[in-house]
Design a protein around this ligand. Structure first.
Ligand SMILES: [Zn+2]
Length: 482
């Protein structure tokens, strides 16, 4: 069955004999039935129009997206059909990095519209990093007054001598949350703990091990100045920030970072050593585990769950309840975690990072990626709760580039998230997508043309060389030694 829908519904029947000739969106009714699970829906289309059945808003929204795609592809000529549908994975996400480059609320809404089209249900909002703190926190005004501004931008070969700034007010963030809620998308805010915090430390140097003022970073990299794990004032700060975040973001998940945190400063810090000793910790990775667990404990009391990047597992003391987002391919630590009952979100950089050129990660590679490790026991496969594609923005500074890099590959990740493996098929996917992807234009965004989805060997080599060349500059290379 090849009907122009992405993601492909898990059950669909039609004999293409009779067709509905009017606007299907204007001729649909919804009937709630509690026997359906939250995201499940069914649609029957006959001479009366479309009848949707679902248990509530989420199923209704996803059914509506299916009807929108049908109306777009088959306008005035929709075959009578029956669809019974529910997702393969409960977590189907996209991440936008608004720290390296800032994207306006209206542009984010366009990206959200496109993500909703493919039934994604989690917007992971990367709001803070070394190059900018973009989330208004009223108790700590310097985070945005000082931390949202960098002196200039020097990402790879892109140099701009102008100061760069921008942040979201709490009202703007609430507006995004509400916009997403109507589309059954949860907004998961991320703050980075303990690394990737230069912008935060620029505003409040007392939160670092050294108390020294450091700049909001102007280039890409991994920086050694991180939050001190030994000072109690750091925990107080984080709890206060999370408290305010909870009033903005109702989602049960908060992402608390944890990636790429060098321990150089901790190793030289009397506060951190003292904390290690008092807790009998074996190494600094365990200190990161302790810090993450303590933040998680605070969130738990607020009725929240935490997500952390996979590096948080290194100390081998991470609380079982913390969901781990794995950005590394074939990460044994994550497979072990899942086999022991821990929850994992798959964001393998080699297949799912949308900021990489199609020459490096062609559409087929993204689509064919199987998120569940084959070695995982059958009864533990449910611990892989879903997939998420990040869009990092060191090298993406405008919305057109973002949407072109994201589409079509985000649609491929969405289909992996929604459609059962047995119903997936790459050839059918590209055929269906070549119709559906044109809906992106309606949101005012752009997408990459089908001729570039799988660029072939020679074009790929050129793209990869260009990408690697554009990534580094003198400042990036020097900062590795800072
Ligand atoms: Zn310290």
């Amino acid at each position: 069955m090849n009907i122009n829908l992405v993601p492909m519904p898990n059950e669909i029947y039609t004999d293409y004999k009779l067709f509905f000739r009017k606007n299907i969106l204007e001729n649909s009714i919804v009937e709630y039935d509690s026997k359906y699970s939250a995201e499940e829906y069914s649609i029957t289309i006959d001479e009366k129009g479309a009848k949707i059945k679902c248990s509530g808003k989420a199923g209704e929204n996803f059914a509506y997206q299916t009807l929108k795609q049908l109306e777009f592809s088959y306008s005035g000529n929709i075959p009578y059909l029956t669809i019974n549908d529910k997702p393969a994975f409960s977590y189907r996400g996209f991440m936008i990095d608004c720290a390296r480059h800032f994207f306006s609320v209206s542009n984010l809404k366009k990206m959200i519209d496109c993500a909703a089209l493919f039934k994604l249900n989690k917007f992971h909002w990367h709001l803070v990093d070394d190059q900018g703190w973009r989330m208004e926190i009223k108790k700590y005004p310097l985070l945005t007054e000082k931390g949202s501004v960098r002196a200039y931008s020097n990402f790879g070969r892109d140099y701009d001598s102008n100061p760069y700034e921008g942040f979201y007010t709490q009202n703007q963030m609430k507006d995004i949350v509400e916009y997403c809620r109507k589309k059954s998308i949860d907004v998961i805010p991320e703050i980075e703990i303990p690394g990737h915090v230069s912008a935060c430390l620029h505003a409040y140097p007392n939160l670092s091990c050294t108390d020294k003022e450091i700049p909001v970073r102007t280039h890409a990299g991994i920086f050694r100045d991180i939050l001190c794990a030994g000072k109690e004032e750091v925990y107080e700060f984080l709890f206060n920030v999370l408290e305010e975040m909870s009033s903005i973001f109702p989602c049960e998940y908060v992402h608390i970072g944890g990636d790429e945190a060098p321990k150089d400063r901790w190793e030289e810090c009397p506060h951190c050593s003292k904390k290690m000793e008092s807790l009998n910790l074996m190494n600094y990775e365990q200190l990161q585990g302790y810090m993450t667990n303590r933040i998680y404990g605070y969130l738990q009391k607020k009725g929240k769950k935490a997500i952390a990047w996979n590096e948080s597992l290194r100390g081998k003391n991470l609380e079982k309840g913390i969901t781990v987002q794995n950005w590394r391919e074939k990460n044994d630590e994550c497979s072990i975690r899942a086999s022991e009952g821990g929850k994992i979100i798959v964001s393998d950089f080699f297949h799912y990072y949308l900021d990489y050129p199609l020459g490096m990660t062609p559409l087929k590679k993204t689509y064919m990626y199987e998120p569940i490790p084959s070695a995982l026991a059958e009864n533990m496969k449910k611990n892989i709760i879903g997939v998420e594609a990040p869009i990092w923005t060191e090298f993406i500074n405008d919305i057109d580039k973002m949407s072109m890099m994201s589409f079509p590959r985000l649609a491929a990740v969405a289909e992996t998230g929604w459609t059962y493996k047995k119903n997936k098929d790459y050839k059918g996917f590209t055929h269906r997508l070549s119709y559906v992807i044109r809906m992106i234009e309606k949101t005012g965004l752009k997408y990459t043309d089908a001729s570039q989805w799988d660029p072939g060997f020679f074009k790929s080599v050129v793209q990869v060389i260009k990408f690697a060349y554009n990534m580094y500059n003198k400042e990036t290379l020097k900062s590795r030694k800072d």
